[in-house]
Design a protein around this ligand. Structure first.
Ligand SMILES: Cc1cc2nc3c(=O)[nH]c(=O)nc-3n(C[C@H](O)[C@H](O)[C@H](O)COP(=O)(O)O)c2cc1C
Length: 200
């Protein structure tokens, strides 16, 4: 009797290891259409919701910036530059504005560090935020998309706080940019495990 031998299936561990270790940041100027589909966006944020969260206070949130609001984000970036450097030239202001327009998908990552019940230390909350962001980045990578984070001084500006209606204790941390990678750098060398893991 004829039968077909199935190729060995990669284990969940080897899939996870390959996915995690092959992820790399892609700068927004190297991200093009198509961006993530609405189903992919939903799954990226379901992945965020799977982050460890001490006290279940969800110390982070995301705000999507759809295409018709990118100009507002660009204006906030330009205002942020003008806030800290009143002598910024029109070219510099245009460059700041342009940063909002590059990636097909942009969301602001916000840390929620205000009062909470239970009261969880801010550092622990930032660990949760980092895990949520990493889950999103990995999910985007698993879809074959490119993704990267962008921050800068604009995150602390009044203009960005106002645009996103940030409340007391909330902080804009970075933008999450997702799209199709036009170019990927060679894989970055990663630190050796013994350089950051020791034993008592
Ligand atoms: C909170 C946060 C903000 C970041 N902001 C920027 C940024 O403004 N510009 C940038 O080029 N990369 C930014 N990055 C991405 C890092 O530069 C990137 O992760 C690093 O270069 C390592 O690259 P890899 O992710 O491919 O390993 C940011 C990363 C984090 C965690």
């Amino acid at each position: 009797m004829l039968f077909q031998i199935e190729p060995p299936q990669p284990s969940a561990a080897s899939l996870a290891f390959t996915l995690i270790t092959s992820r790399q940041s892609i700068l927004p100027r190297r991200l093009a259409d198509p961006g993530p589909t609405s189903e992919q966006i939903e799954e990226m944020f379901q992945a965020a919701a799977a982050a460890p969260d001490h006290g279940e206070i969800r110390p982070w949130r995301f705000v999507l910036v759809p295409p018709d609001r990118r100009a507002d984000l660009g204006s906030a970036f330009a205002q942020a530059l003008a806030e800290r450097d009143p002598s910024a030239t029109p070219t510099q202001l245009a460059q700041a504005r342009d940063k909002a327009l590059r990636a097909p998908f942009v969301a602001l990552v916000i840390a929620r560090l205000g009062k909470s019940e239970p009261d969880i230390d801010e550092l622990e909350r930032m660990v949760s935020l980092g895990a949520a962001v990493q889950n999103v980045l990995l999910m985007a990578h698993s879809f074959g998309l490119g993704a990267g984070l962008t921050s800068g001084l604009a995150m602390r500006s009044i203009a960005v706080r106002q645009l996103f209606d940030l409340q007391d204790g909330e902080h804009a941390i970075c933008c999450l940019n997702v799209g199709t990678a036009l170019h990927r750098k060679p894989a970055r060398l990663r630190p050796a495990v013994d350089s950051f893991v020791s034993s008592l």
